[in-house]
Design a protein around this ligand. Structure first.
Ligand SMILES: NC(=O)CC[C@H](N)C(=O)O
Length: 255
């Protein structure tokens, strides 16, 4: 069975581990760069992205994380994890913040406001329901949440939500001292997929709805199936006995 890693530097990694356990999957806590070599997919949890980035730097995780994402293995960022995966983040602390990148989008770090403006809402998620069944909606838990302001053409939007009326207006200074409002639309994107990258601004691991975790595990299965077809083999035509033991299927075979 594929090994799911959960980046365990800070934030809600315990909750992701528990959510995986609930669906019979054993997650592996990842704290060191070399541990990424032993996992097939990775969840980057929510928390506080500046702190998480400092810890990731301290443990020299950024190069390995970039390699992991660039190598096409499935990665899911929730909340702070979404910020990590974005190619561009605004509303970050003075002095900047290191990002892993890979996801073609611009994220606002605290789009919905402060901790006090955290909220829960029902999100319309037809594409999730199509794959995983159940209701066309899911519970979205937004904790000092980011949101996605812009996406590139390869990014599929899986959920958006109305911009709450009490959201503080967010401005960024444009260098010459003038303040520019960053967002004026009445809805904002909160879940996306680009190839093997999944990102949600909210926290599915804090609800009992396992569909986002199942959806993510499905991405892992899809990428293994692709590795099989790249070898011109179909997974069903392969006898498990014929497979090399403990060998990643997406590595070239030289022997
Ligand atoms: N719940 C969360 O992960 C919040 C993320 C937070 N806005 C940040 O800057 O990291």
């Amino acid at each position: 069975m594929a090994v799911v890693g959960v980046l365990a530097l800070q934030g809600s990694y315990n909750e992701h581990m528990a959510a995986l356990r609930r669906i019979g999957v054993r997650g592996v806590e990842v704290r060191k760069p070399e541990q990424l070599l032993g996992v097939d997919s990775l969840i980057i949890p929510g928390g506080e992205s500046t702190t998480m980035a400092k810890l990731a730097n301290y443990h020299n995780m950024f190069p390995a994380l970039r390699e992991f994402v660039g190598g096409g293995k499935p990665v899911w960022g929730t909340c702070a994890g979404l910020i990590f995966l974005a190619n561009k983040a605004v509303g970050i602390k003075t002095g900047g913040q290191e990002l892993v990148g890979g996801l073609d989008c611009t994220v606002h770090r605290n789009f919905f406001g402060s901790q006090l403006q955290s909220f829960e809402t029902e999100l319309s998620v037809p594409k999730l329901a199509e794959k995983e069944g159940g209701n066309d909606t899911c519970r979205g838990v937004f904790i000092r949440a980011p949101a996605i302001l812009e996406v590139g053409s390869d990014v599929e939007v899986l959920a958006d939500c109305p911009v709450p009326a009490n959201r503080p207006s967010i401005t960024i200074s444009s260098g010459d001292g003038a303040e520019e409002e960053v967002y004026s639309k009445d809805r904002v994107i909160v879940a996306v997929r680009q190839g093997n990258i999944l990102a949600t601004a909210f926290h599915p691991e804090l609800t009992s709805d396992s569909r986002w975790h199942r959806y993510f595990l499905g991405m892992d299965k899809e990428s293994h199936a692709k590795a099989f077809s790249a070898l011109s083999l179909s997974s069903s035509s392969i006898d498990a006995e014929d497979l090399p033991k403990n060998k990643p299927l997406d590595l070239p075979i030289f022997e």
